[in-house]
Design a protein around this ligand. Structure first.
Ligand SMILES: *Cc1c(COP(=O)(O)O)cnc(C)c1O
Length: 394
């Protein structure tokens, strides 16, 4: 058996052992409902309150500004659809071409329902133009802006403070999907004036099935989930206490270790990047190398398919991902890579390596040893490439 080298941490992460330990009592004996009248449930309500305080401290907000959700997708839907429902008719949703589908699809649904929707283009490194953003917002009230903090495919970090300032100057509502920022770079909503912010536990070592939406006091939002008084009446449904406790523990770990982790991860990622560039010709790095998550590397190997690379690496125990929608049976290239205007020869060959606190230097060295022969082998099989006939696909 090959070892499992897991470099797909932007898709999901391993649950931290400390997180699992914190959760276990709530999956065993502490199973009360925090809404119950009896003391057994009341004790759980206290644990839930403590978890909310920890999550609030993680992003520097008040505990009552946090709604726990089942996932980031629910939080994104709640923010965008809930704000649009409050506005009523003729809302305008401004977002970007590189958002996660959990933002893009609700925005497009609102357009289909008669609202206005604008998807801002990005440049070659995946950044938006702030003047274009300003123009897209228009008058302000009635507009919801949703831009991510950091991109899941390329790691590109948006200038979220500047974006939020522009949005708030105009009196529009500002939401950010901060799922990939969470646990990797500091988040402070007192400094960055967003109205709403999404996080997902499983992207920073809590389990799948728990997320969070920060809602600044005074933000006008209709609840998305109806049917109960939980979360201040803003998100119905019995709270998933074990997972919320796990989420809070993951926040605590991330807060304590973030600076140290970033300082360890960025050099490992850079070593991977430099090693690939040195060993493989016709490679390009996708994304903004000046403003990038410390754990993410997206590269295009020209003239070959990212899927083929991912399958071959999977065979030797290395887990990475491609941006294409191959799960749906098509080989459409990633909407993010396409939006950046990556040349046709490189669009299909894009793959993502994403590291975590558990990634070791030995693992990176193993990848650097095994990847180049895979690339050379696939290039030999490819009908395209330098000296192989048409390099333009007209
Ligand atoms: C993973 C991810 C999501 C969705 O998370 P779920 O847990 O699947 O709901 C949303 N946005 C970004 C940027 C992500 O990376």
């Amino acid at each position: 058996m090959n070892p499992t080298i897991y470099l797909d941490n932007n898709a999901t992460t391993r649950v931290a052992p400390e997180v699992l330990e914190a959760m276990l009592p709530f999956l065993r004996e502490r199973y009360g409902n925090p809404s119950s009248m009896h003391a057994f449930g009341g004790a759980i309500a206290k644990d839930l309150a403590r978890a909310r305080e920890t999550a609030a401290a993680f992003i520097n907000c008040e505990p009552d500004e946090i709604l726990f959700t089942s996932c980031a997708t629910e939080a994104d839907n709640t923010a965008i659809r809930g704000a649009a429902e409050f506005i009523g008719r003729g809302a305008r949703i401004v977002t970007t071409a590189v958002e996660h589908p959990a933002v893009l699809q609700p925005a497009r649904r609102l357009k289909a329902m008669g609202h206005e929707e604008i998807e801002l283009p990005v440049d070659g490194v995946g950044q938006i133009d702030l003047e274009r953003l300003r123009a897209a917002i228009g008058d302000g009230p009635g507009t919801i802006v949703s831009t991510m903090w950091a991109n899941n495919e390329t790691g590109t970090i948006f200038p979220i403070e500047a974006i939020a300032q522009i949005v708030k100057e105009r009196g529009a509502v500002m939401h950010t999907d901060a799922v990939q920022a969470g646990g990797k770079i500091p988040i402070d909503v007192r400094r960055v004036p967003v109205d709403m912010l999404t996080l997902a536990g499983h992207k920073f070592h809590a389990p799948k099935g728990v997320g969070m939406l920060y809602v600044r006091r005074g933000t006008k939002l209709k609840p998305f989930m109806l049917g109960g008084h939980q979360e201040g009446g803003r998100r119905a449904g019995t709270e998933n206490v074990p997972y919320i406790v796990g989420f809070a523990k993951a926040c605590e770990l991330a807060q304590a270790g973030m600076a140290q982790e970033a300082a360890a991860l960025a050099p490992l990622r850079d070593r991977l990047e430099a090693g690939i560039l040195a060993a493989c010709p016709n490679v390009r790095v996708n994304g903004d190398r000046e403003h990038r998550l410390p754990n993410t590397l997206n590269v295009s190997f020209e003239y070959i398919e990212g899927e083929a690379i991912a399958y071959r690496l999977s065979d030797i125990g290395i887990c990475i991902s491609t941006g294409s929608a191959c799960a749906s049976g098509s080989l459409d290239p990633s909407h993010v890579i396409r939006a950046m205007g990556v040349p046709f020869t490189a669009v299909h060959g894009s793959v993502r390596f994403s590291l975590s606190r558990y990634t070791t230097a030995e693992e990176i060295d193993f990848v650097l040893e095994r990847l180049p022969p895979v690339i050379h082998g696939l290039r030999e099989l490819s009908p395209f490439g330098p000296g192989k006939g048409p390099t333009t696909f007209a």
